[in-house]
Design a protein around this ligand. Structure first.
Ligand SMILES: [Zn+2]
Length: 327
C-alpha cells in the first residue's frame, strides 16, 4: 500500500522537476528579437547560447563554436559557413555595438534546420524521385565534348541504382534521352507519391575558369533567391517543407564537397520550377561546370560520376537519419 502510494506521488514529482528544468533551460536560452530594416533579427550571442556554443568576434568575423560545430558569419555578407560548408543566408548579418544579428527567418529556416534535428518535420522516406535535368530537344548546357542532358542522365542513373541498393524505392523522371516539361516532372513526383525529389543538373558559365558544385533549395516566402535582391511573397507548395528542404540541401552539399573536394559554391536559395512545385522536400544539384575544361573531363568519367552519386546517397542517408530521429 505504501509502495503504491509512493508510486502515485512519484509521477507528479518527476513532472514538476522536469517542468522546472525545462523552464530554466528556456529562461537561460532565450533568444531576443530586435527590429531592424523592417525585419526581425536575433542576437547571434543568444543563438550561440541556445546551441551551447561560444560566440566571439575576430578579424571582422563572428564565430560560434562548440566541441561539435563551428559556424562563421561575416557581417554585411550573405554567405556563412556551417561546419566548413558554405550556406547562403536570405539576409546579410549586421553588427551594432558589440553584438551581431541575423534575421529571424535565417535563424528559423536556415541555421536551426541544419543544427537541430528537432526543427525538422518527421516523415517516412521510402520513395525517392530522381530527376535528370533536360533531355530530348532540350540539350541543357553544352560543353566542348558533351551536353548537360547526357551528363544528368548518367549521374541520375547511378544515384538511382545506389539508392535502390540501400533499399529505397526509386522512380526516375526520364531514363532515356527524351523531353519532359518541368510540370510533367513534378506531376510524376505527385503520381508516385515521392517522399523526396532530387533534380540533377550540370552548369555552364561564360568565365571558363569557374568550377564547383552548388545545391539549391526553395527560398522561403518573403525572401529573395540567392541570385536576386527582390523578395517574393508567394507561398508555393514546396514552402511547406522549408526546414526539411534546407537540411537535405545541406547534407547533400556537405557530402559532395567533402568527397569530391570540388570548389564549394554553397547551399543556395532559388525558385526553380521543380523545387517550388514539388509535393515533397526537394533539391536541385548543379554537379559541376561543363564550360570548365577540367571539370567537364571529370564529369564525363565514370569514376567521378560514381563519386558524385555516392556523395548524393550519403547526403540522403544523413538526412534520413535526422528525420527519423526528429522530435
Ligand atoms: Zn540544367
Amino acid at each position: 500500500m505504501l509502495l503504491s502510494c509512493g508510486k502515485k506521488l512519484l509521477l507528479p514529482v518527476v513532472c514538476l522537476v522536469l517542468f522546472i528544468l525545462t523552464f530554466n533551460l528556456y529562461a537561460t536560452n532565450k533568444i531576443r528579437f530586435v527590429k531592424a530594416y523592417g525585419k526581425k533579427y536575433v542576437y547571434l550571442r543568444d543563438v550561440a547560447n541556445y546551441y551551447g556554443m561560444k560566440c566571439y568576434v575576430w578579424k571582422g568575423m563572428v564565430t560560434l563554436s562548440s566541441k561539435y560545430s563551428k559556424l562563421l558569419f561575416y557581417p554585411q555578407k550573405k554567405d556563412c559557413t556551417v561546419n566548413g560548408v558554405k550556406v547562403y543566408l536570405s539576409y546579410a548579418p549586421f553588427v551594432k555595438g558589440n553584438d551581431c544579428f541575423i534575421s529571424s527567418t535565417d535563424f528559423l529556416k536556415t541555421i536551426d534546420p541544419i543544427m537541430r534535428r528537432g526543427a525538422l518535420t518527421k516523415h517516412s522516406l521510402r520513395t525517392i524521385m530522381i530527376d535528370p535535368g533536360h533531355g530530348g530537344k532540350d540539350d541543357g548546357g553544352k560543353g566542348t565534348y558533351t551536353k548537360e542532358k547526357y551528363m544528368t542522365l548518367q549521374i541520375g542513373r547511378r544515384v538511382g541504382k545506389m539508392l535502390q541498393q540501400k533499399g529505397y524505392r526509386v522512380v526516375i523522371t526520364r531514363n532515356s534521352d527524351r523531353y519532359l516539361t518541368l510540370a510533367q516532372r513534378t506531376e510524376l513526383a505527385r503520381k508516385y507519391k515521392a517522399d523526396l525529389f532530387i533534380s540533377i543538373h550540370t552548369n555552364i558559365a561564360a568565365n571558363k575558369a569557374v568550377d564547383g558544385i552548388e545545391t539549391f533549395c526553395l527560398a522561403p516566402a518573403g525572401t529573395a533567391s540567392t541570385s536576386s535582391s527582390k523578395a517574393v511573397w508567394t507561398k508555393y507548395s514546396g514552402n511547406c517543407y522549408d526546414k526539411n528542404n534546407m537540411n537535405i540541401a545541406y547534407q547533400v552539399q556537405s557530402a559532395l564537397i567533402r568527397r569530391t573536394k570540388a570548389d564549394d559554391r554553397g547551399v543556395k536559395r532559388s525558385r526553380f520550377f521543380v523545387v517550388k512545385n514539388a509535393p515533397c522536400p526537394a533539391i536541385l544539384i548543379e554537379c559541376g561546370f561543363l564550360s570548365n575544361r577540367l571539370e567537364e573531363k571529370k564529369l564525363r568519367s565514370s569514376w567521378y560520376q560514381n563519386l558524385l552519386a555516392k556523395s548524393i546517397v550519403e547526403g540522403v542517408l544523413r538526412y534520413n537519419s535526422r528525420i527519423v530521429g526528429a522530435r
